[in-house]
Structures are given as structure tokens and as C-alpha cells.
Design a protein around this ligand. Structure first.
Ligand SMILES: Nc1ncnc2c1ncn2[C@@H]1O[C@H](COP(=O)(O)OP(=O)(O)OP(=O)(O)O)[C@@H](O)[C@H]1O
Length: 249
């Protein structure tokens, strides 16, 4: 197991604005091979404000990625509701949910979801272009963001020639380029060496501190959990503050 890099904990945010994200009473089950449903979790409550950095840990398979998908409106809960930027997701059609996602959320997927036919700059520029930015300035901002994640001068490369860790950094650049109010990151440092992991975590923390984003990170890394202002643990009965040193993995 490789050594973990210590990160400085973030300062707690001052509550002056409404929550960026509110979740109340979320429950989710998944289908089983036998045609039944298996409950993953219930009673998940969460409030995230501008500048918050929170980490979610928990045993493998408990439903952390599933929860992130619910929070982003990519999947529907069995019960409960999610509000983003004051707008409840329940009852919205796909187009309205997508519009909220584009405007409010930067999502770092565990599987990257980088588009193979676009070069790196165009991949990273996508959230800006979808928000209506002109191509030129969007590509310029994308190249600057690639620079920040350690991929300076690689904007014309295509995803096929990148390593897993490089693809992860492209995914992070794309999630942050439009300075979204809410950043949801699924194992954002999972494929990275300790130095690059630290750099990426610093970028996520800077996004909270400078852009005022609320950042929620799913992680198995003790160092990342400690660096977040709040460390939470997901179990079948919901989200709870994590006891120090009790990392579910
Ligand atoms: N669409 C689906 N159909 C059936 N089962 C699913 C579906 N989506 C998720 N699951 C199951 O739900 C459980 C939770 O998956 P999820 O990926 O959310 O867990 P996790 O806590 O993020 O795990 P890990 O830490 O290993 O990444 C797993 O057992 C998974 O197989």
C-alpha cells in the first residue's frame, strides 16, 4: 500500500447563504438477479453550503457512488428529495434536470466519462460550451485548466493516448472549468500517485475556498477524508459523522 500524503484540514465555512445542496430522507434499492429489490441505504440527510468540503467514506458496495448519482439527478431515489440551488429535483423532466446539472454541478465520475472522439481541450471545454460560451474563450479556459492539473500543452491529445491517472486529471479539469457551485467527485484521487493526488486535492480545496464551491468527495483515502472539513460515513441507516480513524474500506 502506498504512503498517504497528509493534507491540511480546511477551515469550517461560515453559514451566510442557503444550502447549495440539500438532501432529505433519501433511500435507494437496486434490483437483484432474483428479480427482487435490495435496499442499499435509507434516511440519508445532507446539507452542503458554499465553501464546504465534505468526504463520504463507507464500506465497498454500501452505495456511495449510487448516492452521488442521486445527488446529481442522474438516478432517482425510492424516497426522499434533493434540492440544488433552491430547486427541488423531484418532478422535473430530463431536460430541466440536465439544465440544473450543467449550471450547478461539476461531476468527477469514477470511470472518467471522457469523450473519446474529442481532444482534451474540447473535452474540458464542454461544460463552458454547453453553458453558451464561445468556442475560442472556452478552449482557452480549458487549456489553462489542463495546465493546473499538470497537463500543460496536452490539449490537442486524444484520450486514447492517456494513462488512467491522466484521464482522471482531465475529468477533474472538466468538472472545475466552469466554476460550478457544487462539485461531486467519486474517488478523484483513486488512480493517482501521492504527489499528483495531493495536487488534485489541493485543486478541489481551492475550488471551495476561491470559487466558493461546495465540494463532496467519495473516497477510500484517509488523507482525503481528513483534509475535508467534514468526514461522513455512509451505512444502510444513513450518513453519520465519521469517528476519527474509522475509515470504512
Ligand atoms: N443499476 C444497478 N443494478 C443492480 N445493482 C446495482 C446497480 N447500481 C449499483 N448496484 C449495486 O449497488 C451496490 C452499491 O454500488 P455502489 O457503486 O454505489 O457502491 P460504492 O459504495 O460506491 O462501492 P465502492 O466503494 O466499491 O466503489 C453494489 O453492490 C452494486 O453492485
Amino acid at each position: 500500500m502506498r504512503p498517504e500524503t497528509p493534507f491540511a484540514p480546511t477551515a469550517p465555512a461560515v453559514r451566510t447563504a442557503p444550502a447549495v445542496l440539500t438532501a432529505r430522507g433519501l433511500a435507494k434499492s437496486v434490483p437483484t438477479a432474483a428479480g427482487q429489490r435490495r435496499q442499499l441505504f435509507a434516511h440519508v440527510d445532507l446539507d452542503l453550503h458554499a465553501g464546504d468540503v465534505a468526504a463520504i467514506t463507507g464500506e465497498s458496495g454500501v452505495g456511495k457512488s449510487t448516492l452521488l448519482n442521486l445527488l446529481a439527478g442522474l438516478d432517482q431515489p425510492d424516497a426522499g428529495n434533493v434540492t440544488i440551488g433552491g430547486q427541488a429535483l423531484s418532478g422535473l423532466n430530463e431536460a430541466a434536470t440536465t439544465a440544473i446539472r450543467c449550471r450547478h454541478i461539476g461531476f468527477v465520475f469514477q470511470a472518467f466519462h471522457v469523450l473519446p472522439h474529442l481532444d482534451l481541450a474540447r473535452n474540458v471545454a464542454l461544460p463552458l460550451v454547453l453553458a453558451g460560451a464561445a468556442q475560442g474563450p472556452a478552449l482557452e479556459a480549458a487549456r489553462a485548466m489542463l495546465d493546473q492539473v499538470g497537463l500543460a500543452g496536452r490539449g490537442s491529445d486524444h484520450p486514447a493516448v492517456l494513462s488512467g491517472g491522466e484521464l482522471q486529471r482531465v475529468a477533474i479539469a472538466r468538472a472545475l472549468v466552469h466554476r460550478p457551485p457544487l462539485v461531486l467527485a467519486d474517488e478523484p484521487t483513486g488512480n493517482l500517485d501521492p504527489d499528483t493526488a495531493r495536487r488534485i486535492l489541493d485543486l478541489l480545496l481551492a475550488s471551495a475556498q476561491q470559487a466558493g464551491s461546495a465540494v463532496l468527495i467519495v473516497t477510500h483515502s484517509e488523507a482525503v477524508a481528513q483534509a475535508a472539513g467534514r468526514a461522513l460515513s455512509l451505512s444502510a441507516s444513513g450518513l453519520a459523522p465519521r469517528a476519527p480513524g474509522a475509515l470504512g474500506a
